[in-house]
Design a protein around this ligand. Sequence first.
Ligand SMILES: Cc1cc2nc3c(=O)[nH]c(=O)nc-3n(C[C@H](O)[C@H](O)[C@H](O)COP(=O)(O)OP(=O)(O)OC[C@H]3O[C@@H](n4cnc5c(N)ncnc54)[C@H](O)[C@@H]3O)c2cc1C
Length: 431
Amino acid sequence: MAWDFETDPEFQQKLDWMTDFVREKVEPLGLLGIHPYDVGNPRRNELVRPLQREVKEQGLWACHLGPELGGQGYGQVKLGLMNEILGGASFAPIVFGCQAPDTGNAEIIAHYGTPEQKTRYLEPLLENEIVSGFSMTEPQGGSDPTTFVTRAVKDGDDWVIDGEKWFTTNGRWAEFVIVMAVTDPDAPRHERTSMFIVPVDTPGVEIVRNVGVYGQEDGSESYIRYTGVRVPGDHLLGDRGGAFAISQTRLGGGRVHHAMRTVGSCRRLLDAMSRRAVSRKTRAGTIADYQAVQMQIADSYIELEQFRLFVLKTAWMIDRHRDYRKVRKDIAAIKALMPKVYHDIASRCIHIHGSLGVSNEMPFVGNLIGAMVMGIADGPTEVHKVTVAKQHLRAYRDVEDPIFPDYSLLERRARAQEMYDPVEEILEAAE
Ligand SMILES: Cc1cc2nc3c(=O)[nH]c(=O)nc-3n(C[C@H](O)[C@H](O)[C@H](O)COP(=O)(O)OP(=O)(O)OC[C@H]3O[C@@H](n4cnc5c(N)ncnc54)[C@H](O)[C@@H]3O)c2cc1C
């Protein structure tokens, strides 16, 4: 029997250290008007580098990676518990060396990159000396990669890229971006596109503007135009035509990590709404004495616990299978569940705080937008639900004569009687 929901005492000590460290030293950085990814900003580096050193000394650096890449090889369950602490503090992932989208980019360069690509791009990325972007979504098409029109054409030994990409997170601070471009338009649907590592100082890379998610004054979602961008042949990442498979490897991990951090954000919201409920006075006592408020606290607790267990179970399955594709259904399921749980808990937290909840004194409206982002980024909820349904229905593909014989009470009763109450035999025995 291996059902166990306990954390090793030794690892719990690390989590306790993380909790204090994040609260006391990391969270305040998010209030200074500096962006965590702005690696060219000396003030940012002055503040972040010593904290990153402390994390390394604790053996908690880059825990999404195996030891061969400088990580700890803790696996996804431990990473899940850690990410719960990192969720909600904007600088925390970067201080612990496990920030998106660099995590996903590092993962695919580690998996598909050549030794030269690893030396030039992966090593500095893992040390957070540089940051990177992932340039897949286009202005005219996001959810459906078959609508992408950015082209990469072979010219001698080089590739020349033309097109536009939209919502390349951190493109403005990136040293390089990984661009998904059509290389083989006549190939089968899933073999038309390839990935390229493109240094952003390559001539022809132009940031049209940096779009912000609503409420962000200084956007980090880069709208990038690629005009005749020439990269050497060795900047192709993985196989020609392999982008679709590569992006699935990349997005699988990213989705789970988002879900882990969202557990942490939801926990903070539940904590805030509970504190408010027991402290806000009313003629009856506090608002926590009203059943209508208790229902909101109870629903939030129940939904959070369900979501958390589902996320950790998915993490456990990834550790077991060591292949995101084998856990596709549950990764898609937690991706689809995440925005709903986050949205509902954030809405209740705002509501219970009254006017304070919607004000800019509190971060809760930002959480609400964060929940909506989780329903769109890395693919909209609908697409993930379709994946869940298709994967689930696979088990039923070979059922030949489905409904009637299996479910009809009359048929089943007849079969049961045949098994347990064989009238003929009883009669014979009686004779
Ligand atoms: C904050 C943020 C960061 C992001 N970072 C990156 C990044 O770093 N790199 C990158 O490449 N992209 C990034 N994205 C883009 C993201 O991947 C896309 O927004 C997403 O894939 C959806 O594409 P779209 O925005 O074009 O929406 P559309 O494809 O236009 O979809 C709009 C809506 O149509 C519906 N819909 C679409 N397809 C289906 C379907 N098959 N079935 C049912 N309904 C459907 C859904 O309701 C969906 O929400 C980011 C997005 C956000 C919000």
